[in-house]
Design a protein around this ligand. Sequence first.
Ligand SMILES: NC(=O)c1ccc[n+]([C@@H]2O[C@H](COP(=O)([O-])OP(=O)(O)OC[C@H]3O[C@@H](n4cnc5c(N)ncnc54)[C@H](O)[C@@H]3O)[C@@H](O)[C@H]2O)c1
Length: 256
Amino acid sequence: MSGILEGKRILITGVLMESSIAFHAAKLAQEQGAEVILTAFPRPTLTERIARKLPKPAKVIELDVTNEEHLARLEQLVRDELGGLDGVVHSIGFAPQDALGGNFLNTPFESVATAMHVSAFSLKSLTMACKPLFPHEGAAVVGLTFDAQFAWPQYDWMGPAKAALEATSRYLARDLGKENIRCNLVSAGPIGSMAAKSIPGFSDLAEVWNSRSMLEWDMSDPEPTGRAIVALLSDWFPKTTGEIVHVDGGLHAMGA
Ligand SMILES: NC(=O)c1ccc[n+]([C@@H]2O[C@H](COP(=O)([O-])OP(=O)(O)OC[C@H]3O[C@@H](n4cnc5c(N)ncnc54)[C@H](O)[C@@H]3O)[C@@H](O)[C@H]2O)c1
């Protein structure tokens, strides 16, 4: 039986550890027949080590998504390897420590600007860097958010950064729809990755999650999120764009 990404070439950012959501997206994408290329930050060696745990080999390209030179050379490096791209996964988030963990009222703009640049503006930068690689038939861009409709404990300026990411995704969907480029986000519940552990007190939120969500929530399992990413990359969401699919056990739909 062939997979739902058979014949597709997918670039995946954000593989840092085995706990990275992107690692699980890459694994599932390969299992579903995709050819996968990874980008790495801060060092290719880290990502290369984790990439060895994937079912198939995947080339790793260094990419700091705020570095214009890295973005400019991405097209040629990917073209040499895969010839083009049918999908891109943006699995990138970062805020300086003084923008997280209960310091919302005192965070300097410089730190807010970094959070916005890395976590939100980069969806546009990455998409445009990859756009010349997309075939005439179109492509799929998928990013990761943490529901920005609500104010969360400890999340602080990552909240406004995710709100900006969600809006950026809708505007990309608007401007790229005529070229059949779909842009969607997966809104995941808490997962125990590096990014989550860098937010002081984030694990408390995970406990609340499982007590309130409609479905049981397992913070140590990124696979359900990975599956949604793969589904949005596939041809099974052909007329869905500007959308946010919640993979949160249903918590977003609970009133109390
Ligand atoms: N873990 C959660 O609870 C959770 C929930 C919802 C959404 N998300 C989102 O999922 C995405 C992936 O996070 P994760 O939980 O897998 O954690 P992670 O720490 O494994 O991944 C974050 C990635 O961002 C990358 N990154 C940071 N700065 C970068 C830069 N300048 N250029 C390129 N890459 C850079 C890191 O290398 C890392 O691979 C993020 O957007 C995160 O906000 C996470």
